[in-house]
Design a protein around this ligand. Structure first.
Ligand code: 13P
Length: 247
């Protein structure tokens, strides 16, 4: 993370976990957090109203690509803004799989976020069989192509990319720092073909079994600008030490 252009970002993804007691615990534990990184907690939307932000921001885990209207069960960017969200995760592999979200839909969601001043944290990453077949770059390129087709350079500059290899999510099998760096460098070079300045400024997070004991070496990689943290973001103490590793 040698490039001063890019402020590190650490985002916790609580997924479908947590409760108001955990929100209160985080409010207390993070109140005096003072790190040289942006810190975001992406909790279930039903809990967002309980956070006392200041030293950290809050984000959603999904968003609709549509405006307010007759879309039962969905949350628009307007609703998320009113709930205080500065960020929204889009295209997490669990949603790409469980809800059949296509890269095109993910791109529309990202575009909608940018239009409302919400920073989309756009997830990409390959399943194990793709890595074993040595096709990671081709797979990730397809996910990125949908973004480049849908968002302008200016819009892309207001996004964050998260590389989350699916085989590393919730498995305890973290990508090695070299594996992470290789894909991050590839992602940055992909965007540099679109616009060199965009690529230089774009923050690319790593996600997949980031823990307090491996965060520092992952974040030390040249093209790793922080992390998207699942399991370890549910324990305030672990999450704080990961935020400190991004300093
Ligand atoms: P884990 O940190 O639990 O592997 O989850 C990563 C993730 O999916 C974050 O979005």
């Amino acid at each position: 993370m040698s490039d001063n252009l890019r402020k590190p970002l650490v985002a916790g993804n609580w997924k479908m976990n947590g409760n108001l007691a955990l929100v209160a615990e985080f409010n207390h534990a993070l109140a005096s957090l003072n790190v040289n990184a942006e810190v975001v907690v992406c909790a279930p939307s039903s809990l967002l109203h309980g956070f006392e932000t200041g030293s950290f921001s809050i984000g959603a885990q999904n968003v609709s690509h549509l405006d307010n209207g007759a879309h039962t069960g969905e949350l628009s960017v307007d609703l998320l803004k009113e709930a205080g969200c500065g960020y929204a995760i889009v295209g997490h592999s669990e949603r790409r799989e469980d809800q059949n979200e296509s890269s095109e839909l993910v791109a529309l969601k990202a575009k909608k976020c940018v239009s409302a001043g919400i920073v989309p944290i756009i997830c990409v990453g390959e399943p194990l069989e793709v890595r074993e077949a040595d096709s990671v770059e081709a797979f990730v390129s397809k996910q990125l192509a949908a973004l480049v087709d849908t968002l302008s350079v200016d819009e892309l500059s207001k996004t964050v990319i998260a590389y989350e290899p699916i085989w590393a999510i919730g498995t305890g099998k973290t990508a090695s720092p070299e594996q992470a760096q290789d894909v991050h460098e590839f992602i940055r070079s992909y965007f540099s073909k679109v616009d060199a300045q965009l690529a230089q400024g774009l923050r690319i997070l790593y996600g997949g079994s980031v823990k307090p004991d491996n965060a520092e070496t992952l974040f030390a990689q040249k093209d790793v600008d922080g992390g998207l943290i699942g399991g370890a973001s549910l324990k305030a103490e672990d999450f704080i030490s990961i935020c400190q590793a991004a300093n």
